[in-house]
Design a protein around this ligand. Structure first.
Ligand SMILES: Nc1ncnc2c1ncn2[C@@H]1O[C@H](COP(=O)(O)OP(=O)(O)OP(=O)(O)O)[C@@H](O)[C@H]1O
Length: 521
């Protein structure tokens, strides 16, 4: 046999036979991985499904394929399928076995990736009006895959080596080819070393690519700085003390109403969170909702665009019920989800923690609704997004990812995103609570600017200075109910234009000056 012959080793490594076998190994591994990812996406989603049947199907599949050896699965497909009158060639048999096996492992990886995407991201997608599946494909899946990339990368390394198991069914991959060469040359040392060299080359090349991809994606990593906790000042009881009027009795359908909520009620954890809320917001009006923590302000806001539907009650957007239509007999019939999504597109929403999509630049965050929901061409959508970013002083941040922006900048991008769809009203859910004190002002200024230009806004906030300056109405909530309303004179802000606006007289039910309010609650 003799000692190791380096010349023979090199000649074998570069021999067309082994080069071809290495190529076969690579494409079989890549194809199996692709099949596995496709199956794993479905299996991962099914494992998290609300319904028991898809969960059970995915769990059984995963249990079966992760619980039995890959070699046994390959032999099963090779030997048993023909007996069942299913005839596959060796390539198809190999891909089927490897793909199904990988799909089971990918299902678990995808499940973990999907669970790592915060619910706020789905909510932000829904608030834009993206359909459920659009939010899943465009927002959730990219983030889930990014979180899963290291695990997928490791799996692919394993897959390259696992192709060697296909040698048992005479699949001419690297190991099988080496076996044949070793027999014919009677030089197993050099042959198997050459095969090992090819495995190492493939794995090392892949590891390098994987690291490059991870570094690239890390740029768009959400890992934003932890938001400071909300500052809460004095108690809510200080707010209302003698300075706010009892609330206006709900009337009939309000003229010029943009959003009208009637009798919204909701229980959570056995407790009433909304308790018969009536609220009408007219065009151009700024309504600020205040109240103690847990009084139901955010729940109300999320009920208004049906993100978090109430148990009872209705919401009309410009006179059209957001969630129900009338049947021929006049009975209310729930609208289809797609119809509700379309209605929701007309109401922009800004969240406390921004909820920007971390895998998209500022520009893409703003443009995504236009592109996906309006079908606006890429160039036009980007131009509109750049205009909006410029409006909020962010023209030089268009290419930045959310984690590259300050809290105030992120929130201004979020406002630009909400405005991109030309909404008829904007909902703000404590937009400054997650900001550093020094960046609060820049966001409040942006909101004040919006109010000045006549944007209809409903704002949940603890910033009472802002409320006094900007609000047409301050609504106070307590224990799921509206307990008081005040109307700081809006004429300071909007002047004659607002005074002449329809409904202005109806709004100004409070005293000219509701009295000194604490700065923040
Ligand atoms: N998923 C849930 N399950 C059970 N109870 C919930 C859930 N979400 C909210 N709640 C309860 O509903 C009530 C209203 O919550 P909500 O977030 O609307 O209050 P909030 O007025 O916005 O409070 P904050 O000012 O602290 O944000 C709270 O008592 C809260 O504990």
């Amino acid at each position: 046999m003799g000692a190791f012959d380096p010349h023979l080793f090199l000649a074998l490594v570069l021999s067309p036979l082994l080069v071809r076998a290495a190529w076969v190994t690579l494409w079989v591994a890549a194809a199996s991985q692709a099949i596995g990812i496709a199956i794993g996406l479905g299996a991962g989603a099914m494992l998290l499904a609300g319904h028991r049947l898809p969960r059970a199907v995915a769990w059984t599949y995963s249990w079966l394929f992760r619980g039995t050896p890959l070699l046994a699965q390959i032999l099963f497909f090779y030997a048993v399928l023909p007996q069942l009158d299913v005839h596959l060639d060796i390539v198809a048999t190999g891909l089927l076995a490897m793909g199904l096996n990988e799909g089971a492992r990918m299902g678990e990886i995808v499940r973990a990736g999907l669970m790592s995407v915060p619910g706020e991201q789905r909510e932000a997608a829904a608030a834009l009006g993206l359909h459920r599946w659009q939010g899943f494909v465009l927002i959730v899946v990219p983030q889930a895959l990014r979180a899963a990339l290291p695990a997928v990368g490791n799996n692919f390394s394993y897959m390259i080596k696992a192709t060697s198991l296909l040698s048992v069914i005479a699949f001419a991959e690297l190991l099988r080819t080496s076996q044949q060469l070793a027999q014919s040359l009677s030089r197993p040392l050099e042959v198997y070393c050459a095969a090992a060299a090819w495995y190492l080359v493939l794995i090392s090349a892949w590891t390098t690519i994987q690291h490059m991809m991870e570094r690239r994606l890390a740029r768009a990593d959400a890992g934003g700085r932890a938001a400071p906790t909300a500052r809460r000042g004095t108690e809510h009881s200080q707010l209302a003390a003698g300075r706010l009027l009892p609330r206006e009795e709900p009337g009939g359908p309000a003229r010029d109403a943009v959003i009208a909520a009637r009798g919204l009620s909701k229980r959570m954890g056995g407790m009433p969170v909304l308790d018969g809320i009536d609220l009408v917001v007219r065009r151009g009006e700024v309504v600020v909702i205040v109240g103690p923590s847990g009084s139901g302000k955010s729940t109300l806001l999320r009920a208004l665009n049906w993100l978090d539907p109430p148990d009872s009650g209705r919401v009309e957007i410009e006179g059209r019920d957001i969630a129900f239509r009338s049947s021929r007999s006049g009975r209310p019939v729930p609208r289809r989800a797609a119809e509700i999504d379309r209605q929701r597109q007309r109401i922009g929403m800004v969240f406390q923690r921004f909820n920007l999509f971390p895998h998209m630049t500022a520009c893409d965050n703003v443009a995504v609704g236009l592109r996906r929901l309006r079908g606006t061409k890429m160039q036009a959508a980007r131009a509109r997004a750049l205009d909006l970013l410029a409006r909020f002083g962010l023209q030089d941040k268009a290419a930045a990812f959310p984690h590259e922006l300050s809290g105030g900048q992120r929130q201004r991008v979020a406002i630009a995103r909400a405005l991109a769809m030309d909404p008829i009203a904007l909902l703000f859910d404590e937009p400054t609570s997650a900001l550093d004190p020094e960046t609060v002002k820049e966001v409040l200024d942006a909101m004040e600017d919006l109010a000045r230009t006549g944007t209809t806004m409903i704002v949940v906030t603890h910033e009472l200075g802002f409320a006094r300056r900007v609000a047409d109405r301050i609504v106070v909530m307590e224990q799921g109910r509206i307990v008081a309303e005040a109307s700081p004179r809006s004429d300071r802000r909007k002047g004659d234009e607002a005074a002449a606006a329809p409904g202005a007289a109806a709004i100004a039910v409070g005293p000219a000056n509701p009295g000194p309010l604490p700065g923040r609650i």
